[in-house]
Design a protein around this ligand. Sequence first.
Ligand code: GLU
Length: 446
Amino acid sequence: MDEQLERTYDVVVRRNPGEAEFHQAVREVFESLEPVLLRNPHYTEGAVLERICEPERQIIFRVPWVDDDGRPQINRGFRVQYNSALGPYKGGVRFHPSVYLGIVKFLGFEQIFKNSLTGLPIGGAKGGADFDPRGRSEGEVMRFCQSFMTELYRHLGEYTDVPAGDIGVGGREIGYLFGQYKRLTNRYESGVITGKGLTWGGSLVRTEATGYGAVFFAAEMAKARGTSLDGLTASVSGSGNVAIHAIEKFAQYGTKVVACSDSSGFVHDEDGIDVDLLKQVKLIERARLTEYAARRPNARMGDEGASIWDIPVQVAAPCATQNELDTQHAENLVKNGLKFVVEGANMPATPGAIEVFSKAGIGFGPGKAANAGGVATSALEMQQNASRDSWSFEYTEERLQDIIEGIHETCLETADEYGEPGNYVLGANIAGFTKVADAVIALGVI
Ligand code: GLU
């Protein structure tokens, strides 16, 4: 990074103390930007970096609710409305005990460039709460969601800010959030939230989109190297919505996924993960992977202290959470014959891991490009809501695939243009950034 980028980065760190994940996300983008600033001195003159790093609005609020024992509980809710140069704020909401401002800001910052890469008119935002849905009853989850929305609704709107799901927020929670919004505003404003159920304004393919999109991206990376995913083996970390649908789509490409994980560890199934059983255990029973392992003849849970990334595979798809794949994991994977990495989660590979992959010449699809299928299909849901229409599964999936192929091409072309062929990190960062930067300049100092 040149001096000016270092200086701006230092200001970001000083202004946002203790927010390690946010600093990491900013640094990763800045590390790609030196040649962009050299070619575009007006970005520096217009203080574009400084303007993009400072969120337009940050909302922090108390979320009070009453648990099943009648005891009041207090959580902290967040919405960071990061950048609206390209469209209304757009990004998910995460319910997880690890959520604090630094996590929401890192996710919101990533979202700006991810959304820009989709080519669709959406700005960047993220929200969440330090609420742990695990072990909570239906009633508790509903009351929590209602309380969360009771504060947040005044900041939302189909032209203002459109939330969706993320870790801990799926169809059930989106239903409670939308229901409360509708009640408070007396408006059936479908386009105010995405990830809705199919009978009340949702889009086909939205549930599958992030996982499917990541596999489309991996398939494009393989194609660009003159090969395919057919016959390869893969590990997919996580076993939530993203992981499950990535596993499903990998199977359609002839890739055998032999492992996935949850908070209880990882399961290694040499026969290939049975996606129907996985759905049954994780989505319907909301049980642990040990349940899956118990019902499959050759599946076993990983040993204590072992990692899913110890298993030799040609494709690694981290689809769980940030910083889950570190330098040591990356070295093991490379040693064991890895060819491709595709990030289904946001920032799952640490900077050290990315360096290992890059030195080894591994095809590496960064999250902001590879997992953009989720938010892209959210934008398709908004389109359907605006036109009071609903599209078929086939048509919507085709649109998703086109968008992902477009993102892949943009990344590769941009990497070529900047003299680093095959560097998807650089391509995604530069292409995502320049589009936002140009809009920020065009809209004036606001
Ligand atoms: N949370 C998802 C993401 O990380 C989806 C956001 C959305 O659909 O708005 O991109």
